[in-house]
Every structure is written in C-alpha cells, then in structure tokens.
Write a protein that binds this ligand. Structure first.
Ligand code: NAP
Length: 309
C-alpha cells in the first residue's frame, strides 16, 4: 500500500470530502478517500430531511444525499475506503496517512474531518449517555416513545431534533440558555407551531439524574437563580459542534475557535500540499452546501498545486 505515492488522499467523507472526491476524480487524479469505518458520510447520515440543498425541490433525506454523492464520486473512479485515519504526517513533499488497515502516501492531502457534538459537561451526562442522554434524535428518538423528552439548545439542530422528537415523546421541552433562539426563522416557526413542544428560557441543565436510566434534569434559571427539576427520560443535547482536528493538532494552524485556518479565498492550510474543507475549516456557515462548495475549492487547489510541482 505504502509504496505508491498518490496524487491526493482525502480524509473524511461528508459533503466536503465527497465533492473533493468528485472533482479530483473527474480531473484524473485518482483520489483515495479514507471515509471512516462507522462514520462514513459524516453528520448528514444522522439527519432526516435536508430541505435547503439546491436541486432537491422537495427535499432529500441526509443519508440519501450522501449516498448519491458517494456513488457520483465512485462513478468517476474515486477509491473510497471504509477505514479510520489514525495518524497524519503532513510535513515534507510526501505526506503519510496511517489508517487502521495500513499506510498511504500522497503528494497532497485534503482534510475534511468535519465536527463532532459538543457536550454539556455536567454531572450525569456521561453516566447516562446511551441510557437517556443522546446527541442524535434520528438514531435514538424511537426509544423514547410516549416518554418525556428534553432538548437542550437553541440552534437549527435543536429545532430540528425537537420537531422530529415530537413524533415520539409524550412531551418535548426545549431548554435554552437565553430568551431568544439562534435557529433560522423557518425552523423556529415550525417548532413553535408544534403543540407538543414547550420552551424553557434562560435556563441551563446542570445535572442529569436517574438510576438505571435518566429520569430528570436539574435546571438552573440564569435570570432568577432558581434551580428546578424537570422530568426527562430522553435528553437530546444539540448545542453545536466542535471541529475534529485531533489528527492535525500541532501540525496545522488553527484559528481562535479551533477550526483549521485556510488562506481564504483558497482552502490552503499553512502546510504546502495540505488543504482543508467542510466544517473542520468553517467556524461560520456549516451548511451542507457550503461544505460541498469548499470541497470543490480544495479539489481545484490540489489540481493547481500539482500542476506547479
Ligand atoms: P449552533 O447554531 O452553534 O447552535 C448551538 C446552540 O446551542 C445555540 O443556541 C447555543 O446558545 C447553544 N449552546 C451552545 N453551547 C451551549 C452550552 N454549553 N450550554 C447550553 N447551550 C449551549 O449549532 P447547531 O444548531 O448544531 O447548528 C450548527 C450549524 O448547522 C448552523 O450553521 C446551522 O444553521 C446548521 N444546521 C442547519 C440545519 C438545516 O438547515 N436543516 C439543521 C441543523 C443545523 P446561544 O444561542 O446562546 O449561543
């Protein structure tokens, strides 16, 4: 595996990685993608309807969109491997990607490792993870049929999860730390119009309580200073993402919020031949379509870089 020096290796397989694969494959660069063994397809594999990806008038399911992108990349010859990247050695002219199955060498690397769920960091969260606490409504919502559910957060993800979970739970209570939601108006309106969804404002979860499974959360009202307990069998944490930079820490320059710095308007990082795209390099937009766009840019940057070698 390691003797061949590929033109490009793409690490990560969301909309950014797949788009980079489509473009580099069409350009004849024979990309190898390290797609992840269980995480292939990225965050959209765990969403339901994607209504704002252009080209799908009636929306498309997240996993279906990813499957389309994967098939499109493969159609042009991308070599997609369901392996986990464990180490990246990015300095020098030839880069090395070590996975759970072997080693790959390449002249360029595109990092599109995405982001992961931010945790609350309160007592009980880890203890009841998988026994009440979840970060994925589409994965776990069904387990809380006819049970009280709490969703933490005020962004699009929280609204999306609350709306989805209202199909299952006896009640859904959104707990948000401010009195205004961050979510887009359309997502807010939909959640607020749902009779099953209530809101608790200016409050944070300070503890998850339970025995075998979670039974309640302790809330702290930041305005009044009062603590209270709210019944909850399912606690869905939707408080944003943190970039997955663990493979590049100490190698690539990161911005103040921990995302990979790129030399805008390109996707070039501080190391020649290494490019980053998608959520891992985007502290601001984090949309499927912007991720795909940055994947295209990274691919074109790779082409240009290779031409100049
Ligand atoms: P987000 O927009 O960053 O929102 C995170 C929410 O969690 C905010 O309301 C924030 O409160 C709250 N929060 C953060 N840390 C917290 C903590 N420690 N304790 C309590 N609350 C905390 O994240 P997101 O909702 O996951 O969305 C991420 C990106 O994906 C966004 O760009 C979003 O538009 C996009 N997205 C789009 C769709 C869609 O269009 N279908 C669906 C999902 C996500 P504050 O408001 O006070 O900061």
């Amino acid at each position: 595996m390691a003797e061949t020096v590929h033109d490009v290796i793409i690490v990560g397989s969301g909309p950014a990685g797949y788009t980079a694969a489509i473009y580099t494959a069409r350009a004849g660069l024979n990309p190898v993608m390290i797609a992840g063994s269980v995480t292939a397809g990225g965050a959209l594999m765990q969403t339901t309807d994607v209504e704002n990806y252009p080209g799908f008038r009636d929306g498309i399911l997240g996993p279906d969109l990813m499957e389309q992108m994967r098939a499109q990349a493969e159609r042009f010859g991308a070599d997609i491997r369901l392996e986990d990247a464990e180490e990246l050695v990015l300095s020098g002219d030839v880069k090395k990607v070590v996975t759970d199955e072997g080693e790959y060498l390449a002249k360029t690397v595109i990092v599109s490792t995405g982001s992961e769920y931010r945790k609350l960091g309160v007592p009980g969260e880890e203890e009841f993870s998988g026994r009440g606490v979840s970060y994925c409504a589409t994965c776990d919502g069904f387990f809380f049929k006819d049970k009280p559910i709490v969703v933490v957060g005020g962004g699009d993800s929280a609204m999306e999860e609350a709306t989805f979970l209202a199909k299952f739970g006896s009640s859904v209570t959104v707990v948000h730390r401010r009195d205004q939601l961050r979510a887009s108006q359309a997502m807010q309106d939909r959640a607020k119009a749902n009779d099953k969804i209530d809101f608790v404002w200016n409050s944070v979860v300070t503890q998850v309580n339970g025995q075998q499974g979670a039974t309640s959360v302790t809330l702290h009202n930041r305005e009044t200073g009062e603590d209270s307990e709210l019944e909850a069998a399912g606690i869905f944490v939707a408080i944003g993402q943190i970039p997955r930079t663990e493979l590049v820490d100490g190698q690539l320059e990161l911005g103040p919020e921990g995302y990979i710095n790129v030399a805008s308007p390109s996707q070039a990082t501080n190391i020649p031949g290494v490019f980053a795209c998608g959520d891992v390099a985007d502290p601001r937009y984090q949309q499927a379509v912007t991720a795909a766009g940055s994947g295209c840019r990274a691919a074109l940057d790779v082409e240009h870089y290779l031409e100049q070698l």
